[in-house]
Design a protein around this ligand. Structure first.
Ligand SMILES: [Zn+2]
Length: 119
């Protein structure tokens, strides 16, 4: 699984079955970019400029997602497990490592029992 930038995908790539939008306002962006899959429940509730700079928002999301898994929030856990290893998580972040998508991938690996230290 990897994080991709929606702006860097062609229209055809956006429509591909393995592209999953993970940002906010998915209905709005669906009309614009044409992706077919979106998981709005995994969007980052922390906003850049409101809750901190990009790195801080990703860190807050990391803590938030850990908490959801710890408290067994099935809504969130099911959303993560609905992903496939071959999926591409689409967002607008310029740096995939500073995107909440990288946190989702780690959570997916954790829930699937994949040892992330091997990667
Ligand atoms: Zn992002």
């Amino acid at each position: 699984m990897e994080v991709v930038n929606l702006y860097k995908l062609s229209k055809d790539e956006c429509c591909s079955d393995d592209v999953v939008f993970i940002g906010r306002n998915s209905d709005h962006y669906k009309a614009k970019f044409g992706f077919t899959r979106a998981i709005p429940e995994l969007a980052n509730p922390f906003k850049i400029g409101v809750d901190g700079e990009r790195g801080e928002c990703v860190l807050k999301y990391h803590k938030w997602l850990q908490q959801q898994i710890k408290t067994k929030n099935q809504f969130i856990i099911r959303a993560i497990l609905s992903l496939k290893e071959t999926d591409k998580l689409a967002c607008f972040c310029p740096d995939p490592l500073k995107c909440h998508g990288s946190v989702i991938i780690r959570a997916y690996n954790y829930l699937k029992g994949i040892d992330v230290r091997d990667k």
